[in-house]
Each structure stands twice: as C-alpha cells, then as structure tokens.
Design a binder for this molecule. Structure first.
Ligand SMILES: Nc1nc2c(ncn2[C@@H]2O[C@H](COP(=O)(O)OP(=O)(O)OP(=O)(O)O)[C@@H](O)[C@H]2O)c(=O)[nH]1
Ligand SMILES: [Mg+2]
Ligand SMILES: [Zn+2]
Ligand SMILES: [Zn+2]
Length: 431
C-alpha cells in the first residue's frame, strides 16, 4: 500500500515543493529510487571549468555508462547542492562558477530529471509482453495518439521532455527510433535489442513525457511524468536478463501486458478453421518463445519479490491484459461489437467505465469460447485488478506484407489500457 500512498501523499504536497514521502523520487530513466535530498545537479555553463585550472573538463562516467557511450564524455560539472532541500533552478548555484541555472539529475545514472518527477509525480506504466507481441509498435502508435489527439481532447498538454543542453531530447528520440520508420517510411520496426550488451542503445532510452492538466476538483495545475520504456521480449523471457527490467516493474503504477493473440493456440485454431492461413507476417520471432504463461509467471515472481507480496496474496497493481494485433481477429469475433468500435474515452474527457466493462466482458466471453478461459483464471489468481482490452497498433486491413511494408497506422483503441490505469490512479476522472 505504501506504493499508492506515495501518489496520494504527493498530491497533498503544495505544488512546486518536493515530496518527502518515504518513497521519494523515482528516476524515469533508470527507475532507481532515492530521497529528495539525494538529487544532484549538473552545471549548464559552458565556460564552467570544474577541474584545477588547465586540467581537462570533468568527464561523466556514470552518465556515459548509462547512455552506452563507448568513451566517457564531459557533459558538465556535477555537484551536490550545498544547502540540502533547495529545489528549482534559481535556488541552487554551481559550486565552481556560481551559475544559477544547473539542471537536477538522478544520483544513480546522472540523467536530467523533469520537475514533475522531483515533485514525486511519476507514472511508470510498464508495457510488457512476449517477443514479437507488438510492444514497440504499440508504444510508437500510443505516443502519437497521446501527443496528437488524446491529450488535446482531454484538455491536457502532453509534452516530450527535453533538456536545453540537448543531452536528452525525447521528441528527436521518438522521431528517429519510432515515428520515422513506422509512420514515414511505413515499415515495421525491428525487434528491440536486449538491455545488456552496451553500444549505442537509442531504442532502449525511455521516452519521457509530462502530462500537464488542471485538477478537476480544485482547479490546480498539476503535472506528472509518463515514462515509456520499450523492453525487449527477450529480456522478459530470460530469467537472468529480466533483472534489468526489475526496477521498472517494481515502481510501475500499472502494467499493460500485451498478448499476441496469434501466439495463443486456441485462437490460431479458430483462425485456421475460419480459413485464415496467412498468419506468418505477424508471427516474427514467435518460435521458441516462452509464451504468455512463462512471461506472466516471470513478471509476477519479480513483482512479488520486489514488493514483498506473498504467493497466494493478490498483487494490487492494476494489470491491463491487452490483446494486440486485434485487427487480425475480425474473422473470428463477429459477436464482439464494442471492442471493434472506436474508443469513446478521450472524446468524453473522462474514462467511460461502461465501455470498458463491455469490452472486458466481450473478451472474457471470447476467451471462453476459444477454450482459453485458463488465461483469465491465471491472471486473476495473481492480480486483484485485471481488465481485458483489444487493441491494434496498425489498424484494420493493415497487416504487414512479406517485406514488412504497411500503410500509415490507423490504430484501434490503443489508449484504452493506459487511460484505465490512469483512472485507477485518480489521474483522470471516470464517468
Ligand atoms: N496485424 C498486426 N500486426 C502487428 C501489429 N503490431 C505489430 N505487428 C506485427 O508484430 C511484429 C512484432 O511487433 P513488435 O512491436 O516489434 O513486437 P515487440 O513486442 O516489440 O517484439 P520484441 O522487441 O522482439 O520484444 C511486427 O513486426 C508486426 O509484423 C498490429 O497492430 N497488427
Ligand atoms: Mg520491441
Ligand atoms: Zn536514474
Ligand atoms: Zn559551473
């Protein structure tokens, strides 16, 4: 419960003040947790010479390692504030050049911290799933929807986080690694690289946005950080590598578990019986994967260990089980009407519970029909709060051809799982 109380705790903190709740701050880059007084700063003054005169500029080993740079680079003098507990650009001065525009950074990875994270308002939504389940395409299309449509119609500003010194620029990162290949070149994205192994890891850099909104009840301006980390399915299937995403899961406010319906035997049989034989293009990397059950158990074990929740006790993090590539299921889910309709939530400016319940009921019924009801029970036996969703990143009649070409994505309901988690955490209203 300490987890959720941190959210409410910070909501009660006067805006602009750091939250000193015992849970402290979670870095949206490395997901390490620390107290507000541990925040360090980086001087942004290019003339600032941190070393003894004539010596080389200070290299940042921590940040270079985090970014996977082959050689450590100087990116500005790092210091701890002299007077603990002072926040905001104006109140902290560089101990060398006395410049008063330093940026707050994470003590663990030296990444710049958005103000909303320093305020303790971090919303880490973990997006997990087996290899090839569609995580990268989903994140790409979800971010496009959030920044272009959903935020706007919900009266929220969804802004990519960037630093003035250009060290981190979420907009560019998203454009280069996600938007350009999928929306402009109209080609499927490559399988995500593993977390370990060094090198330039642009596709493993979390994409960080701030969601700025006005609190409905009190009219106050508020903001929280949304951090999207595109894990590799491979990492989630390998018990050794899964530790690297451990912290990410540990601090998640909610989990979006993408399930590739084509990886589920009962569904494949239905599709084959319906005469759908060409499923190959959406099945990249499926051979030899651990499958839904394996990843589910790896993730539940991690969360249990990290949060000290005993086997048998339900985990209280909301879990959205989202069937990806739902476009492929049209031939076999004739009875499901709601899930095929456009998402109503954003238009209403609130989360429409009736719609979510209808979708959830449809999907549970479909799973029963397809003899896959065991999926429902296995998720429910571990998590208290489970809802089923159907999403499509690419949209109807847009499955990639053999060369991986697609048309511009026309997504279906990609925002629903995220909005459900946000509503669960009282960040948007329900109706
Ligand atoms: N029909 C259809 N196919 C999709 C959709 N999204 C993804 N795919 C297909 O599924 C493949 C895998 O998707 P990715 O997003 O790369 O999967 P991933 O979960 O990121 O995979 P890893 O990075 O290996 O863990 C893509 O190359 C597409 O062929 C969708 O909405 N509809
Ligand atoms: Mg991927
Ligand atoms: Zn960090
Ligand atoms: Zn300085």
């Amino acid at each position: 419960m300490g987890f959720f109380s941190s959210l409410f705790g910070s909501a009660a903190t006067p805006s602009g003040m750091p939250s000193f709740s015992s849970n402290g701050i979670v870095c949206p880059f490395c997901f390490e947790q620390f107290g507000a007084d541990a925040v360090e700063y980086r001087c942004t003054n290019r003339q600032c010479d941190a070393g003894p005169s004539g010596s080389a500029a200070e290299v940042d080993e921590k940040y270079s390692t985090f970014r996977g740079w082959p050689r450590p680079r100087p990116v500005g003098h790092v210091f701890k504030p002299q007077k603990q507990g002072h926040f905001g650009g104006g109140s902290v001065c560089c101990d060398v050049c006395h410049s008063n525009t330093p940026v707050p950074i994470c003590p663990s990875c030296h990444s710049p911290l958005p103000q909303s994270s320093i305020d303790g308002n971090n919303e880490i939504i973990a997006i997990v799933g087996t290899r090839g389940s569609g995580k990268s395409h989903y994140i790409t299309v979800l971010i496009d929807q959030l920044t272009r449509r959903v935020g706007h119609v919900m009266d929220a500003g969804v802004n990519p986080f960037l630093t003035m010194d250009g060290l981190y620029n979420c907009r560019e990162l998203y454009q280069e690694t996600k938007y350009k290949p999928l929306f402009e070149e109209q080609h499927t994205l490559e399988a995500t690289s593993r977390a370990l192994g060094g090198g330039d890891r642009k596709d493993k850099m979390p994409l960080i946005y701030t969601w700025n909104y006005t609190e409905a009840s009190r009219g106050r301006k508020k903001a929280f950080t949304l951090s999207f980390f595109d894990a590799a399915g491979e990492d989630l299937e390998d018990p050794q590598a899964v530790a690297t995403v451990n912290r990410y899961l540990q601090h998640a406010r909610g989990i979006i578990f993408l399930v590739d319906p084509l990886q589920i035997a009962g569904i494949r049989e239905q599709l084959e019986a319906a005469g759908e034989t060409d499923l190959t293009s959406s099945l990249r990397g499926v051979q030899g994967t651990t499958g839904f059950e394996g990843v589910l158990s790896a993730i539940t074990t991690l969360i249990r260990t990290a949060r000290g929740i005993r086997e048998g006790d339900a985990i209280d993090v909301p879990v959205a089980i989202a069937f990806s590539k739902f476009d492929q299921l049209t031939p076999i889910c004739g009875a499901a009407v709601t899930v095929q309709q456009p998402s109503p939530h954003a238009k209403h400016g609130a989360f429409v519970e009736a719609d979510q319940q209808a979708v959830d009921a449809e999907l549970r019924a479909l799973l029963e029909n397809w003899d896959e009801g065991a999926i429902v029970s296995s998720v429910q036996s571990n998590f208290r709060d489970v809802a089923f969703f159907g999403v499509s990143a690419l949209g109807l009649h847009n499955a990639p051809d053999e060369s991986g070409s697609v048309k511009r994505p026309r997504p279906l309901r990609v925002e629903d799982p995220l909005l459900w988690i946000m509503a669960k955490n009282h960040l948007i209203t329900k109706e």
